[in-house]
Design a protein around this ligand. Structure first.
Ligand code: NAP
Length: 346
């Protein structure tokens, strides 16, 4: 276990916000975490478990303990399943894309569409990360965690975690209750792929018939294609600090959508079950003229307006002020309130 005081959080948030934590504690094992949770520091200070900090916006310095996991092992678990399922356990501190690369190299299908999402394995289970028609919840089997209050090791099953669009029980009634130590994913050696999203499908289409005959190559191609698309569209945090998609894509009632469509006939949309419609937040923001615009040291990324960036030296408050201005204008134009996907830490 390593404890530092007045620690810079620059390496612990992809927005590149220069916040400071009173204490920064990293642990290498479940036992070390349990030991820390019994300490006086853990009893008296607020705790914040952080992965890569790819979904956090620090508004101030953090008056408490930032906890980070150095549990970085990946291992295949024996499974008696006969349906070509594979169980793989990854430590909470594993970089998400390293885990995806491990699966692709071992020819396990299931997470290839989630390639190159910034963050860690632990965060994938909290946030239910998603991209290109696949969400983490589809492959999460169990989550291992330590309960903060008791230090007890717990095994939580995916079906009790209330997974939804970029959310889970860990973000609601179980907020701050557990610290995730590892996640077990259920993958498959069957070549089951999801090419529903147009951009991914179109890039793979010219080779698809050939690739269907060579599933392992298909898996590598999907991984490489998703990585390329993301690199083309999204800023690298070391160049432009950012937290990925800043807002959730709004989901509205079909009747409300129809009124909106009458006023804005080109509005892109995706029908969902229960008479709901998903509208890309990026389109709403772009229509309001924010794409590529900067306000002080905060900006709306020129290639993907759903991503807010640190143009250099921005504070959390600068980014939050830009977000607020965008929310106001989208609300005034479309009567839709954008909700941040990024968590504000004050
Ligand atoms: P895009 O392909 O330009 O599409 C815009 C939006 O429309 C997406 O956000 C997506 O919603 C939705 N969409 C597109 N095709 C769809 C389909 N066939 N069925 C249902 N919904 C569809 O999006 P993009 O901005 O380039 O992003 C591509 C993917 O990467 C998306 O899934 C996006 O969520 C993901 N992504 C995630 C992050 C992150 O930080 N977590 C950052 C950037 C991109 P959904 O977002 O609900 O999929």
């Amino acid at each position: 276990m390593h404890i530092s005081t007045s620690a810079s959080l620059l390496a612990y948030n992809t927005f590149g916000i220069d916040a400071v934590a009173d204490y920064l504690v990293s642990y290498q094992s479940v036992e070390e975490l349990q030991h820390f949770l019994k300490s006086e520091l853990a009893q008296t200070e607020p705790l914040l478990a952080v992965g890569a900090g790819s979904n956090l916006l620090f508004l101030n310095s953090f008056k408490g303990v930032v906890l980070t996991s150095d549990i970085k092992t990946i291992r295949q678990i024996e499974s008696d399943s006969d349906d070509n399922a594979v169980l793989v356990e990854a430590g909470a501190g594993v970089v998400w894309n390293d885990f995806v690369r491990y699966c692709v190299n071992h020819h396990f299908f299931g997470v290839e569409n989630l390639a190159y999402i910034p963050g860690t394995v632990g965060a994938s289970a909290i946030q239910n990360i998603g991209a290109y028609g696949v969400e983490a919840k589809e492959v999460i089997h169990t989550v291992h965690a330590v309960e903060v209050a008791t230090g007890k090791v717990c095994t939580l099953f995916a079906d009790e975690l209330d997974y939804g669009y970029r959310t889970s029980k860990f973000k609601k009634e179980w907020k701050n209750r557990y610290i995730i130590t590892s996640v077990v994913y259920k993958l498959t050696t069957n070549a089951v792929v999801n090419l529903d999203y147009k951009e991914l499908r179109e890039r793979i289409a010219p080779q698809i018939e050939d690739l269907k005959q060579h599933p392992k190559e298909l898996l590598h191609t999907i991984f490489n294609t998703v990585v390329s698309i993301r690199k083309e569209k999204l800023p690298e945090p070391h160049e432009w600090g950012n937290g990925g998609s800043f807002f959730l894509n709004p989901v509205v009632e079909k009747t409300f959508f129809e009124t909106l469509q009458a006023a804005f006939p080109t509005i892109p949309h995706y029908p969902l079950p229960h008479n709901k419609v998903k509208i890309p937040a990026a389109w709403l923001i772009e229509q309001c003229g924010w794409k590529g615009k900067t306000v002080g040291k905060a900006g709306c990324y020129e290639k993907q307006p759903l991503v807010l960036i640190n143009c250099g030296g921005a504070t959390g408050a600068d980014i939050a002020a830009l977000a607020e201005a965008i929310v106001k204008e989208v609300q005034a134009t479309f009567h839709i309130t954008l909700i941040p996907e990024v968590s504000y830490i004050s």
